[in-house]
Design a binder for this molecule. Structure first.
Ligand SMILES: N[C@@H](CCC[C@H](N)C(=O)O)C(=O)O
Length: 326
């Protein structure tokens, strides 16, 4: 089966975008799972944190389905939605579209640049829910900065659904081994978290600035996770570390994004703004039965985008260092 792909990223959370909207592929559900496990494999030809299937919708401009490297499907993907949003905006020659996701139709708006020559896309993160029972076995109606003894003796966690499940923890300093071990344990404990969970550590960096590192369900440690950075921003607002309706700069291993947490009546809505950068495009011949693939054409690289993004990353590193020494 020959498939055209675009390798893209949001904050270096990298994806394979496959167009089922303007192309005529006929994938079965098991094909999508095999495509995800084959193409995301870091020891294989491509390697990625997930697959973005860009599909037709019967009421929105497009539909996004996101599959993790282990073949599981996520309810949402914030960094991925910016990439799908960019792709569809460019195809339709529009600056604003609606994308159907598994639980909501979400807006994507092209909004200036997040850094020199790096166009920004802003996506809505909804529905936002603070009911921990949506994904955790608990009697509690709210789980904000409370312990989960089976995961850690000393840390406290906040449970947020956006609408994929997140556990968020504030720490003075991030240690990957600790995050990884809690992330693994949380995803193995099906009695507590039947559908798994994304686990994030937040390190505060000062006024309206945080650093977030995430152990993603179905992946492991990634450079960044858009829904996790949105849930983390909300957590800092709930804990009165950052302010509502004001930009929060969220730094990560792959760059940074800007989040704004708004309250509309009793509901929270989060806006997530960041890059949607293309790395290259190519055509693959995929053998789904044997889970192998071959490249059918030369890669077409988006060199200028790569160079502009490298400068954003340098800038992010300087900002993190500055904040650490303030
Ligand atoms: N990296 C994504 C989230 C991808 C899904 C996640 N691993 C899950 O299973 O919930 C993002 O940018 O939000």
């Amino acid at each position: 089966m020959n498939i055209e792909i675009i390798k893209c990223h949001g904050s270096n959370n990298d994806f394979v975008l496959i167009d089922e909207l303007f192309q005529t592929y006929h994938f079965s559900e098991s094909d999508r799972v095999s495509i995800a496990t084959t193409l995301c494999d870091r020891d294989g030809l491509i390697g990625a944190d997930g697959i973005l299937f860009t599909m037709p919708s019967n009421h929105a401009d497009a539909r996004m389905r996101m599959f993790n490297p282990d073949g599981s499907e996520a309810e949402m993907c914030g960094n991925g939605l910016r990439c799908v949003g960019r792709y569809v905006c460019e195809k339709l020659d529009r600056n604003e579209i609606m994308v159907e996701t598994n639980e909501a139709d979400l807006s994507v708006v092209k909004k200036g640049e997040i850094y020199d020559d790096v166009p920004a896309y802003e996506v809505s993160i909804e529905p936002v829910r603070l009911d921990p029972q949506l994904f955790m076995k608990t009697e509690k109606k709210l789980h904000v900065e409370l312990p989960i003894e089976t995961l850690s003796e000393d840390l406290t966690f906040t449970a947020v659904s956006v609408p994929n499940p997140h556990l968020i923890t504030m720490v003075p300093e991030i240690h990957d081994e600790n995050l990884s071990s809690i992330g693994k344990q949380a995803n193995e404990d099906k009695n507590l978290l039947p559908s798994g969970v994304n686990v994030s550590f937040i390190q505060p960096l000062g006024d309206q600035k945080i650093f977030v590192r995430t152990y993603e369900r179905g992946v492991g440690l990634t450079n960044a996770c858009g829904t996790a950075m949105s849930a983390s921003s909300l957590t800092t607002v709930l804990l009165e570390i950052n302010q509502l309706s004001k930009e929060i700069y969220v730094y990560n291993r792959g760059g940074y994004v800007i989040c704004v947490v708004e309250k509309q009546g009793d509901e929270y809505v989060i806006k997530l703004r960041g890059n949607a950068t293309y790395e290259y495009k190519t055509t693959l011949d995929i053998d789904l039965e044997n889970k192998t693939c071959k490249e059918q054409s030369d890669r077409v690289w988006f060199e200028q985008e790569k160079e502009a993004y490298a400068k954003l990353q340098e800038h992010a590193k300087e900002e993190i260092n500055l904040a650490a020494h303030e």
